[in-house]
Design a protein around this ligand. Structure first.
Ligand SMILES: Nc1ncnc2c1ncn2[C@@H]1O[C@H](COP(=O)(O)OP(=O)(O)OP(=O)(O)O)[C@@H](O)[C@H]1O
Ligand SMILES: Nc1ccn([C@H]2C[C@H](O)[C@@H](COP(=O)(O)O)O2)c(=O)n1
Length: 233
């Protein structure tokens, strides 16, 4: 059993787009008093800055230089969290579907993954954190005390995303949205560096037919059970 960390355990929540990672990480972090680290938002911030700088998605030298000069931070704003890139609030801009697709390409580049890996490990090393992403339990923190792999059918994840986009006034159809979810799955699973995959010791949760509350209950129980084990030394 790994040594007890200074601020608590590390919780990893990996899974494909639209599975519910951000929703559950936010709620679980509130329940546990843990810090929520949205690693997807970090990759999205890199993608946004690369777009602004006109950097090609395969220009590794310029991407590496951009990452060296990029500081991504999270700032609590009431019940939610703002994402700052070099001090600029980019929380809204990074959430567009355009940036989402660009991020899938950018996140496949080795220099970007190496730069953000260093940042993510520095943010979470002392524990008391929940990191959500694609490679947390396999690459970022393979020694995380609790790992979940949260998934749902592509149709259900597309439906969720469709409802989310429609609420924001986006005119994408359900069929188009499901197709984009499947496209991002293929890109995230098929890339050479840190592909999306379930860690061998992760607890799989298929949320296709589960409510957010039902998923949260499974996750909270699993974390509290692990914390109780730590108390036993
Ligand atoms: N179990 C669930 N049942 C119904 N809706 C859900 C469930 N989990 C999440 N949702 C909804 O699905 C949408 C996507 O959820 P969320 O953004 O948390 O997913 P995600 O895995 O973080 O996606 P991405 O990786 O693309 O950021 C949100 O509108 C959320 O409220
Ligand atoms: N640890 C991570 C987190 C995210 N990504 C990639 C995968 C997605 O295509 C993109 C945006 O993530 P989201 O905000 O939708 O969760 O970033 C990754 O490769 N590794």
């Amino acid at each position: 059993m790994s040594a007890v960390r200074e601020n608590g355990v590390i919780v990893a929540i990996d899974g494909p787009s639209g599975a519910g990672k951000s929703s559950l990480t936010k709620l679980l972090a509130q329940r546990l008093g843990y810090i929520h680290i949205d690693t997807g938002a970090m990759f999205r911030a890199v993608a946004l800055m690369s777009k602004r700088a006109g950097i090609a998605t395969d220009d590794d030298a310029r991407l590496a230089e951009l990452c060296r000069g990029l500081d991504v931070t999270f700032v609590r704003d009431g019940a939610s969290c703002r994402v700052l890139a070099n001090g600029e609030d980019v929380s809204t801009e990074i959430r567009t579907e355009e940036i989402g697709l660009l991020t899938s390409a950018i996140s496949a580049r080795k220099p970007v993954r190496e730069a953000l890996l260093t940042m993510q490990r520095a943010m979470g090393a002392k524990g008391g954190v929940i990191l959500e992403g694609r490679d947390i339990g396999t690459v970022v923190f393979p020694d995380a005390e609790v790992k979940f792999f949260l998934s749902a059918s592509a149709e259900e994840r597309g439906r969720r995303r469709y409802l989310e986009l429609a609420a924001r006034g986006d005119s994408a159809t359900l069929e188009e949205t499901i197709a984009k979810v499947i496209q991002r799955d293929k890109q995230d699973e098929g890339r050479e560096h840190a592909p999306l995959k379930q860690a061998d010791d992760a607890l799989p949760i298929d949320s296709t037919s589960l409510s957010i509350e039902e998923v949260l209950s499974v996750m909270e129980n699993a974390v509290r059970e692990r914390l109780a084990q730590g108390d036993k030394g």
